[in-house]
Design a protein around this ligand. Structure first.
Ligand code: CAA
Ligand code: FAD
Length: 384
């Protein structure tokens, strides 16, 4: 499988990245993955290793401490890591494709020197804060405010569901400065942890990706220097949207990895388990499930690679990213459910991993824009 015969023009370097991510996932993420999920334990050691191995700033230019790799390399690594541990891959995805990408593409030289250099090496990790208790899909209706006080901004409000909420040192926070200008009056501020008035709220007790830390963040009169605004005044919403276009490719790759990880386990299991005197695989009903899983996963893979390739070629990838995320996340939910079915009762217990994949798959249909929002994005592009 995996683009057999076609190879999607993957270079030696691409294949080496894929292999490095695969062995890291098997050797260092697989041990303990069930316990970290059970205990909702943040993978501190594993994230540190991801930094050392260059997985936290893959696409950042070497000038700022990154790997200087393309988006195709990034999705290959995301896929392999997600085949084993989707909690680690969401931490990786937010740091790479939202925080590092956003800073490198739109930050000032000073912001890059101060923050990007440390984020790209994994010395610190970042968070991307758009969602609020009352503003998820409807992201323009921001309640958090960044009041312009001439030499600084005064930040007030609450962000919800923030991945890396507790573990991050730097947060990119979207907030409304001028309400009359609607979404063109929104800014993105770089906010450091530890500032007076900045409190990390409660940790969410989640269905899946349980080892990642999702928190609300609370801001009360937090003073942010003007130099920490990304881009021109009023650029914050456009910043969030363009950054999320690339982020969605990362989450699509995560969904692809979750689906492929569950499929590989189901295929192996079907050749080990016997019923009615033969291997499960020899029942045509089971073969058909696996054939359909393999087909849909391959289709998802092509969409993910296509979106990544378009981004690398500096072509418009908004619709391709939304299609990849929509399709791969739906495939992930369906394929992981089938993987549990193929495992029978064993699929329903933690030891066999597939129930975790099924729980982890669900979030890929929700974050970085729900499936419904991806359809909205795709439809708008159809008539643009
Ligand atoms: N790319 C670039 N610009 C975009 C864009 C895109 N995909 N989508 C919208 N915009 C721009 C528009 O061009 C417009 O700007 P101008 O007026 O200057 O041209 C502006 O954004 C507002 O767009 P709309 O008028 O279309 O606004 P809307 O309110 O009708 O719809 C939306 C906007 C597409 C639904 C948007 O709110 C959205 O994407 N919502 C989902 C939010 C989301 O994905 N959140 C993820 C949070 S991060 C996360 O989840 C991380 C994680 O889990 C790990
Ligand atoms: P709502 O917007 O209230 O949507 C509820 C339902 O209505 C959904 O099914 C939605 O698709 C549907 N719906 C809404 N509007 C429409 C419409 N116009 N047409 C059709 N259907 C519609 N956010 C961040 O900013 N940073 C993060 O790091 C981050 N990490 C997250 C991690 C986790 C584990 C979770 C659960 C969420 C995270 N999020 C993060 C937030 C996530 O992006 C939002 O939950 C998501 O965008 C949906 O917003 P909502 O939860 O408010 O749902």
């Amino acid at each position: 499988l995996e683009l057999q015969g076609l190879n999607f023009n993957l270079s030696e370097e691409h294949l080496a990245v894929k292999e490095a991510a695969r062995s890291f996932a098997q050797d260092e993420l697989l041990p303990g993955v069930i316990d970290r999920d059970n205990e909702a334990k943040f993978p501190t050691e594993q994230v540190k290793r991801m930094g050392e191995l260059g997985f936290l700033g893959m696409m950042v230019s070497p000038e700022y401490g990154g790997g200087g790799m393309d988006t195709v390399s990034y999705v290959l690594a995301m896929e392999e890591i997600s085949k084993v541990d989707a909690s680690c891959s969401v931490i990786m995805s937010v740091n790479n494709s939202l925080v590092c990408y956003g800073l490198e593409a739109y930050g000032s030289e000073e912001q890059k020197q101060t923050y990007l250099t440390r984020l790209a090496t994994g010395e610190i990790i970042g968070a991307f804060c758009l969602s609020e208790p009352e503003a998820g899909s409807d992201a323009t209706s921001q309640s958090t405010t960044a009041e312009d006080k001439s030499d600084h901004y005064l930040l007030n409000g609450t962000k919800n569901w923030i991945t890396n909420g507790n573990s991050s040192s730097v947060c990119l926070v979207i907030a409304q400065t001028d309400r009359e200008k609607k979404h063109r009056g929104i800014n993105c501020l770089i906010v450091e942890k530890g500032l007076p008035g900045f409190v990390v709220g409660k940790k969410e007790d989640k269905m899946g990706i349980r080892a990642s830390d999702t928190h609300s963040l609370l801001f009360t009169d937090v003073k942010i220097p003007k130099a920490n605004r990304i881009g021109d005044d009023g650029f914050g919403f456009k910043f969030a949207m363009t950054t999320l276009n690339g982020g969605r490719i990362g989450i699509a790759a995560q969904a692809l990895g979750i689906a492929a990880g569950a499929y590989e386990l189901a295929l192996n299991y079907s050749q080990e388990r016997r019923s009615f005197g033969k291997q499960l695989f020899d029942h045509q009903a089971i073969q058909f499930k696996l054939a359909e899983m393999a087909t849909k996963i391959e289709a998802a893979r092509l969409l993910v690679y296509k979106a990544a390739r378009l981004k690398d070629e500096h072509k418009d990838y908004v619709q391709a990213a939304a299609m990849a995320k929509l399709f791969a996340s739906e495939v992930a939910m369906w394929a992981t459910t089938e993987a549990v079915q193929i495992h029978g009762g064993y699929g329903y217990v933690k030891e066999f991993h597939v129930e975790r994949f099924m729980r982890d798959a669900k979030i890929t249909q929700i974050y970085e824009g729900t499936s419904e929002i991806q359809k909205l994005v795709i439809a708008r592009e159809l008539i643009r």
